[in-house]
Ligand binder design. Structure first.
Ligand code: MTE
Ligand code: HPA
Ligand code: MOS
Length: 757
């Protein structure tokens, strides 16, 4: 089934927050944000700005009727700076005017006086100063001290990965207005409608039932709107409440890039120990997460880094410690992979280093240490259904990895100024929110009298195709044509207490809830038909072609079956509630079964480096991915390609820089490079692993949103291998992104006999 949004997207008819026709008298707001990364606010003068025609109000912390607090996990983040600023871009005031241009003009007239304090931008620097957002996390398995003594080889080193801008096409956006009784309706581009509702209620000092949040769809989220859509929704709601007008905020790209948090940069120390037979016996790592100025989702992201610190390998003795460091950058936040990619880059770096020192291919070490279904993860969960070996085996066979490797070697021996590189990247990613209580969802299904079906769930459509998957689930469970099923907006008054659409679990959780509601409706319809026809309910079957009795068509359409139920006063609406069974995690000992299941896959990447310029191409990415029993190949392949591209961007070109005062320098697309069509691999081939799929996945079709991002990590190591074949004296270092500039430096770093001035 095609994505149900594809036609309206292509025709430009899909409606995003900024496309909603404005109510009469709508005001427009822009955020005045801190020009300084750290300091004490000594004065704020808005008088000149306020004097402009068309400016309705300039709101600050003192205008907040409830709490000036938006921290979700830890209450450590004010909506508007109060007394001090902790990052450049921190919201200080909201300028509300009759139109956006006026608001922007007025914003320039606001004067702020800040007594500057020292700004800390690096995680290690913060660590040295004991600046933390939350307590450290530690995962231990086996006996690491004893294990070091058994190792034949031990390698230690450092590893860095950079931040990443979400670059959703639609910037943060909210539109708020009052209902007749002073209750507030917020239309928000958020992954977490309930988070918006709850926070706006607290900020405005209202009960949650007076805030309604509605979401049609997002122009991309990628984690950047799991928490960080909230402040803009709160601001629009605050202004609407104060001014009794509709208020809209849509961030421009520049404001969005300055103000919002990104993927967390990580710095890490690793130590890896191997046996003579290249079994990884011991692995120790220290992860320094650059959290920014407030916790946001950092503690949960830190958890996922710990869970994924051994990627797809079984390592009997591990000790991984993770620190969430407080810096003067915008609070970093969820980004596809949620701390998993950062941790996986560290273990893959450790393996690449060991392979280089031992003069073997990383693949040899990787292969020997893959998880098998009898193994346990370091957090205690059994790796039941681990399919990494199967994925790799199939990839090696179908993509002829030995031949590919040989081709690369031959190419390199024949070519002086172009070198190829090859690498394999395995992925293992746990599916479930790591906070147990978040693994729940609800759906509300109405069957109308004409047989058409309206479905509301807690899932937010952000391009990933969750609505299409829910249509499929509903159509299948009710045995109706998908054309009869409409997905309604995600709305807190229809479906309450939702978890954000995140952790790749949107389709699983909300799909299961819809399935539960629909199975109940299906039984009721069968009962109605049985009553009407004087049959037993077990004789009745709902099929795509209407009612069947004892396997034979009864000439009764779906629509008639619905009518029977209605006439018998049987309820045609149902709510489904799903909570993932069998998951639990004991935080005090860091052991348990946090995940419903894991997603596996392996990618083989080849690259081609121009050794004069340092530029490169990703030639081919060959993937075997375990989709389970894939319910929508078009959508899931799209997710693989999109995530892969995003991973390649993170690993190779997307690079942030800040000056020493904590000002972002790469704040527009002229200084921050994201992959475009020219940086896409020449070929992406993805073969689904033949697989039945786990029962906890919706229709046994595994979650797909985040895991394939990590295939992009393979590109880093393929590039590194190409560099090594040009410059044998280059000692692999791990500092992503590996931009063409960095490649060039490494091609010529202490290259013997080729010293250049
Ligand atoms: N795909 C598109 N097109 N746009 C997005 O914003 N977000 C990703 C992924 N794929 C995203 C996307 C992230 S971070 C997650 S967690 C999942 O989709 C969320 O949706 P799901 O749980 O329905 O897979
Ligand atoms: N993944 C994504 N988002 C989350 C998670 C998670 O595990 N936990 C809380 N928010
Ligand atoms: Mo995705 S980072 O869990 O929104």
């Amino acid at each position: 089934m095609k994505n149900i949004d594809s036609i309206s997207h292509v025709k430009g008819r899909s409606v995003y927050v900024d496309d909603i026709p404005e109510r009469a008298g709508t005001l427009h707001a822009v955020v005045f944000h801190s020009p300084c990364a750290h300091g004490i606010i000594k004065g704020l003068d808005v008088s000149e700005a306020l004097n402009n025609n068309g400016v309705h109000a300039i709101l600050t912390a003192s205008d907040i009727p409830g709490e000036n607090q938006i921290g979700g996990v830890i209450p450590d983040e004010p909506l508007f700076a109060d007394g001090k600023v902790e990052f450049a871009g921190q919201p200080v005031a909201l300028v509300v005017a009759s139109d956006e241009a006026t608001a922007r003009k007025a914003r320039r007239l606001i004067k702020i006086e800040v007594e500057e304090l020292e700004a800390v931008t690096g995680a290690r620097e913060a660590y040295k100063k004991s600046m933390f957002l939350s307590p450290p996390g530690i995962f231990i398995s086996g006996d690491i001290e004893k294990a070091w003594r058994e190792c034949e080889y031990i390698f230690e080193g450092q590893c860095e990965s950079g931040g990443q801008e979400h670059l959703y096409i639609e910037g943060q956006a909210s539109y708020a207005y009052l209902n007749e009784d002073g209750a507030i309706r917020i239309i928000s581009s958020t992954q977490g409608p309930t988070h918006v509702q709850k926070t706006a209620a607290a900020v405005l000092g209202l009960p949650m039932h007076r805030i309604e949040v509605d979401v049609t769809r997002l122009g991309g989220g990628f984690g950047g709107k799991e928490d960080q859509a909230t402040p803009y929704a709160c601001m629009a709601a605050l202004a609407a409440m104060r001014l009794k007008k509709a208020v809209k905020i849509v961030l421009h790209r520049l404001d969005d890039m300055i103000m919002t948090g990104k993927r967390h940069p990580y710095s890490a120390d690793y130590k890896i120990g191997l046996s003579a037979g290249l079994k990884i016996i011991a692995y120790q790592a220290r992860l320094y997460q650059n959290g920014g100025a407030a916790a946001d989702l950092s503690p949960a992201i830190l958890d996922r880094s710990l869970f994924h610190s051994t990627n797809a390998y079984y390592i009997p003795n591990t000790e991984v410690t993770a620190y969430s460091c407080k810096t003067n950058l915008p609070p970093n936040t969820a980004f596809r992979g949620f701390g998993g990619p950062q941790a996986m880059f560290v273990i893959e770096s450790a393996i690449a280093r060991a392979a280089h020192e031992l003069k073997t291919e990383a693949r040899t070490i990787q292969e020997r240490n893959f998880l098998s279904s009898k193994d346990h993860f370091q957090y205690g969960q059994k790796a039941a259904g681990a399919s990494i070996r199967k994925c790799y085996k199939l990839a090696a066979k179908e993509f002829q990895i030995e031949r590919l490797s040989k081709e690369v070697r031959e190419f390199n021996s024949k070519n002086g100024l172009r070198k190829k590189g090859i690498a394999m990247m395995p992925v293992c990613f746990g599916i479930s929110f790591t906070s147990k209580h978040m693994n729940q969802a609800r759906a509300l299904v109405h069957i109308y009298q004409d047989g058409s079906v309206g479905v509301s769930t807690g899932a937010v459509e952000m391009g990933q195709g969750v609505n299409t998957k829910i249509v499929q689930v509903v159509a299948k469970t009710l045995a109706v044509d998908p054309g009869l099923v409409r997905i309604e907006t995600t709305n807190t008054t229809r479906v309450s207490n939702t978890s954000p659409t995140a952790a790749s679990s949107g389709a699983d959780l909300n799909g299961k809830a819809a399935q539960i509601a629909c199975s109940r409706l299906a039984s009721r319809l069968k009962r109605a038909a049985a009553n009407k026809l004087g049959k037993e309910i077990r004789d009745i079957e709902l099929s795509g072609k209407g009612i069947r009795i004892n396997g034979k068509s009864a000439g009764i359409s779906w629509k008639e079956a619905v009518k029977y139920a209605y006439m018998q006063r049987i309820c045609l609406s149902e709510q489904g509630h799903y909570s993932t069974p069998g998951i639990d995690f004991n935080r005090s000992i860091s052991k348990g079964q946090p995940f419903a299941y894991h997603v596996y896959g392996a990618a083989i990447v080849t690259v081609n480096v121009d050794c004069i310029r340092g530029t490169y191409e990703v030639e081919r990415v060959n993937i075997v991915h375990d989709f389970g029993n894939c319910m929508n190949t078009l959508i899931d392949m799209g997710q693989v390609e999109g995530a892969l591209m995003q991973g390649i961007g993170w690993m190779t070109m997307e690079e942030f820089s800040w000056d020493k005062n904590g000002h972002i320098l790469s704040k527009s697309l002229s200084t921050y490079k994201v992959p475009d069509i020219y940086s896409a691999p020449g070929e992406v081939n993805c073969i689904p692993l033949p697989s039945k799929g786990p029962a906890k996945a919706i229709l046994k079709s595994k979650a797909v949103g985040e895991p394939p991002l990590m295939y992009g990590i393979g590109v880093y190591f393929a590039l590194q291998n190409a560099i090594i074949s040009f410059n044998p004296s280059y000692r692999p270092d791990f500092n992503a992104p590996l931009t063409p500039e960095k490649v060039l430096m490494r091609l010529y770093s202490s290259r013997p006999g080729k010293k250049r001035s």
